[in-house]
Ligand binder design. Structure first.
Ligand code: SF4
Length: 330
């Protein structure tokens, strides 16, 4: 019996016969590594695509969102700990849902995409890819919401089958080591590779935690994202969750960071989320600043886009919009 190495994420766990990886769901069974909860869904729902959040990918459409149990990080502030963290994992007796059944459910609910989300799809990427292959063959699109800590070889498998990513960029390297049990460099490496892919939409999200993050640190992250070609960044307001007991980030702290990011980084589209602030939800033209898409919560109130272009100055808006087949990279 042989020890095997899992290449799904940068932990690259070495698994002796019968051993499980850090995520708790990858196991060496008889010399082959398997995902023990393959197909056993813990969440299935129809969401507005804006909830991922994705603001530049088919806005106003529904996405069938699903998750299996498991994550490769141990973030103390996890917003979905009961479906991601090992301590809540129980071997489920539910039957696996076949990838073909996911396609049928997406069609039944008139969803234009299927999203792999809520927990960390990197650790159940075999099920994600089996499903994504059928989803794309059916003419629908695919979304991965992820911490972006996959290996380079995993990304080579994933990239051709995922149309849009939202990657969580959590903080600087010290933050990753202290709060998540991970490191920053692979996330930035993968962001750069995805941002350079002409067939993929990329948006990035950062949860702003007052008391840990600083405005200078967030601006530095924004500059790192801009250098790697990121066009869309969501700054999301932290609320206490799981083991982190810090109070919720104040609206004033979030607003001050948002102002600095807009003036000091070159990211053309920045948004705020989980917030009562009304400024920061709408899309403006990056050239002439015309208000293009107005949102209230996850609802589109107004959409002036003309096939992905500003109706005034004609600048293409980054992303994929209704009526388009090609992604705008302008
Ligand atoms: S997915 Fe990551 S954490 Fe899980 S076994 Fe593989 S390398 Fe380890």
């Amino acid at each position: 019996m042989t020890t095997r190495c899992c290449d799904f994420c940068e932990h690259r766990c070495s698994l002796p016969p019968g051993g499980r990886g850090r995520c708790g769901i990858r196991e060496n069974k008889g010399g082959a590594i398997v995902t023990v909860n393959y197909g056993q869904l813990v969440s299935l729902a129809v969401d507005p695509i804006e909830k991922k959040p994705l603001y530049h990918f088919l806005p106003g459409t529904g996405t069938l969102s699903l998750a299996l149990h498991g994550c490769n990080f141990s973030c103390s502030f996890c917003q979905n700990s009961t479906i991601s963290q090992k301590e809540f994992f129980e071997r489920r007796s539910t039957e696996a849902v076949a990838p073909a059944d996911i396609v049928a459910a997406a069609r039944k609910h008139n969803c234009e995409s299927v999203s792999f989300t809520y927990s960390e799809p990197t650790v159940w990427q075999d099920y994600m890819l089996d499903t994504a292959r059928l989803v794309k063959a059916a003419g629908l699109r695919t979304v991965m919401v992820t911490n972006g800590w996959f290996t380079d070889e995993a990304l080579s498998r994933i990239l051709p089958l995922i149309d849009a990513f939202n990657i969580d960029l959590k903080g600087d390297d010290e933050f990753y080591r202290q709060q998540c049990g991970a490191t920053l460099a692979p996330v930035l490496r993968n962001i750069a590779r995805i941002a350079a892919d002409p067939d993929t939409v990329l948006e990035v999200t950062t949860l702003i935690i007052e008391g840990i993050h600083t405005a200078d640190g967030i601006v530095a992250l924004g500059k790192a994202l801009a250098e790697r070609g990121v066009a869309v960044w969501h700054l999301s307001r932290y609320h206490p969750s799981y083991r982190m007991k810090l109070r919720a980030t104040t609206e004033s702290f979030l607003a001050a960071i948002y102002d600095r990011v807009r003036t000091e980084t070159l990211i053309p589209y920045t948004y705020i989320g989980n917030s009562a602030l009304t400024d920061g939800n709408d899309t403006r033209c990056a050239a002439c600043e015309l208000l293009l898409i107005t949102r209230k919560g996850f609802d589109i109130q107004d959409d002036l886009l003309d096939f992905g272009h500003c109706p005034s100055c004609r600048r293409p808006v980054y992303g994929l919009f209704t009526g388009q087949h090609e992604i705008n990279h302008g």
